[in-house]
Design a protein around this ligand. Sequence first.
Ligand SMILES: Nc1nc2c(ncn2[C@@H]2O[C@H](COP(=O)(O)OP(=O)(O)OP(=O)(O)O)[C@@H](O)[C@H]2O)c(=O)[nH]1
Ligand SMILES: [Mg+2]
Length: 219
Amino acid sequence: MEKIDVGRRILSANEAFALKNKQLLARYGKRCFNLISSPGSGKTTLLVRTITDLTDSLHLGVIEGDLQTDIDAERIRATKAPAIQINTEGACHLSAAQVSQALQKLPIENLDVVFIENVGNLVCPSAFELGEDGKIVVLSVAEGDDKPVKYPGIFAKSKVLLVNKIDLLEGARVDFDLDRVHADARRLNKTIEIFPVSAKTGAGMQNWYDWLTNQVRSR
Ligand SMILES: Nc1nc2c(ncn2[C@@H]2O[C@H](COP(=O)(O)OP(=O)(O)OP(=O)(O)O)[C@@H](O)[C@H]2O)c(=O)[nH]1
Ligand SMILES: [Mg+2]
């Protein structure tokens, strides 16, 4: 009996949409980044702060992926930036087909960067290309410093690692060895940019803004 590799078929259908998204974004000359992390590491908080702090220099739009609700899209819209919510109804990642539909609803021509906030999950989203310029993995210090070695796939594939909630390191409220995370992430990915930040206090955020601004300028 012939064996059918369903996993591979799903991936190649996804890759066709990812290519379509990439071509659309290239035609408009826009950057697109795919934010991936565990639930609650601070993706939406980081986006809200980035949009607010860069309001005079960059126009950002967001595609939000969640199992249910439009809570995150509403948080983005409160900044006046455009946001499209996708509900995956149980799926643990966004697909390129879903992103393709959302891209048609965003005013891409008016934007500098499209951010995709993927479903909170450190594993599934890393396997699905969406047509982005790069993945950005967020790890908050409350999750523990062993995450790069335990979930290597996403750290190996990402352009940037945002180590969020560094305000919690003050007073040793959380045990987290930043040097270990640097070393482990670099071992997996020689070129990954690592920015320790706090979306709450704004600490370290300027390094992230400089990187993002350079990405837009070099397009
Ligand atoms: N102390 C501290 N808390 C933060 C920081 N960033 C986010 N938070 C808090 O972390 C919680 C989760 O933040 P979200 O931005 O909703 O996280 P998320 O990754 O978007 O979550 P999902 O979309 O559910 O995956 C909220 O209570 C935030 O206020 C930070 O830098 N420091
Ligand atoms: Mg969120």
